[in-house]
Design a protein around this ligand. Structure first.
Ligand SMILES: NC(=O)c1ccc[n+]([C@@H]2O[C@H](COP(=O)([O-])OP(=O)(O)OC[C@H]3O[C@@H](n4cnc5c(N)ncnc54)[C@H](O)[C@@H]3O)[C@@H](O)[C@H]2O)c1
Length: 321
């Protein structure tokens, strides 16, 4: 099948492009390289260096395409608070631009990368697709805007779409050629990169140890990027009937920050220095999802462990940085 991956030079997009090509698909990629690496794309994909806001480039990227995986986005929560207009422009206007172009070109299949951030500080543990949405930051708001747009309009537009709400993604991919796809570490504030970059001089900061969890630190749901991409690829066969589906992608198993630190110490065979500091505004005590719907709809079960996520993330860091 001929496919487009937007944001295909980024962290998750590059793994997806690699796996789609391995599976025999023809892949176009559009990415403005604002947070990606061209070398991640590989010579077998057709790379277009440009923005989803650029109509000419987008037209080229969509030529002959049957389905679109839309991953291009601005993704940093703190940056979104400082530059809300930029986040709205890329994540909302850019996505609507892409959807309109798909409709114009009679492309009916769309997979959208949404996020657990739409649930904000959820009341449910674990959350599911019917849990209340209440994003607490601009990034989550921009993603929810598209989820809502597709829920409301996909069917009447004749579009078959899935909004996947990704939980915390970690790990890395070593390609068949033997290289690790590159991950951008600069500015990354996620827990696993922060653990890998911690040292005695610069200990990991843990935001709060007084949450109502078993050890007082927040609980999160970590999925290996290779497992996540398997779910995305499986969804290609589920895009036949017009309408939108929302599916959470997580392991249904929560790990507290301290549990991740302990697992990292065992998996990476080193001591992780950390220090507690105040809670951050907008954080939640737990963000873990049931994956019953993903199992039912896709037959998807993630199978990589937290140790594998940490080991692969460390291997990428050692190989590429
Ligand atoms: N990594 C996670 O844990 C996580 C969790 C939830 C949701 N997501 C979603 O998954 C998707 C991929 O995330 P990621 O972690 O790979 O991020 P990433 O930043 O590595 O990838 C996004 C890519 O989009 C590109 N891009 C940004 N603006 C663009 C534009 N205007 N036009 C074209 N390309 C543009 C960037 O250069 C980058 O290569 C995003 O939509 C993100 O919101 C990621």
């Amino acid at each position: 099948m001929k496919l487009l991956v937007t944001g295909g030079a980024g962290y998750i997009g590059a793994v997806l492009v690699n796996k789609l090509i391995d599976a025999g698909h023809q892949v176009n990629v559009i990415d403005d390289l604002s947070n990606g690496f061209v070398e991640n794309v590989g010579e077998n994909a057709n790379f277009i260096n440009g923005s989803i806001l650029d109509n000419d480039k987008l037209n080229r990227a969509l030529e002959g395409v049957e389905a679109v995986f839309h991953l291009a986005a601005k993704i940093r929560v703190e940056e979104g608070e400082r530059q809300p207009e930029l986040y709205k422009k890329v994540n909302i206007d850019g996505t609507l631009n892409l959807i309109n172009k798909c409709i114009d070109k009679n492309i009916k299949k769309l997979v959208f990368a949404s996020t657990a951030a739409v649930y904000g500080d959820p009341e449910d543990f674990p959350v599911n697709e019917d849990s209340k949405v209440n994003p607490v930051n601009v990034y989550g708001l921009t993603k929810l805007e598209i989820d809502k747009y597709l829920e409301k309009n996909a069917k009447s537009l004749g579009l078959s779409s899935i909004c996947f709400r990704f939980f915390n993604i970690g790990g890395a991919l070593k390609t068949k050629k033997g290289n690790w796809l590159k991950i951008k570490h600069e500015g990354a504030t996620h827990l696993i990169p922060s653990i890998l970059h911690s040292s005695n001089e610069k200990p990991l900061l843990i935001f709060g140890n007084d949450w109502s969890t078993k050890d007082g630190t927040p609980t999160r749901d970590f999925v290996h990027v290779v497992d996540l991409v398997e779910a995305l690829i499986k969804s290609l066969t589920k895009l036949e009937i017009p309408g939108n589906q929302i599916i959470n992608l997580g392991t249904s198993t929560g790990s507290t920050v301290l549990e991740v630190v302990k697992t990292a110490e065992l998996a990476l065979k080193k001591t992780i220095s950390y220090r507690f500091t105040n809670r951050r505004a907008g954080d939640s005590f737990a963000l873990v999802t049931s994956n019953e719907k993903a199992k039912q709809v896709l037959g998807w079960v993630p199978n990589k462990s937290l140790s594998e996520i940490l080991q692969d993330a460390q291997a990428e860091l050692l190989a590429n940085h």
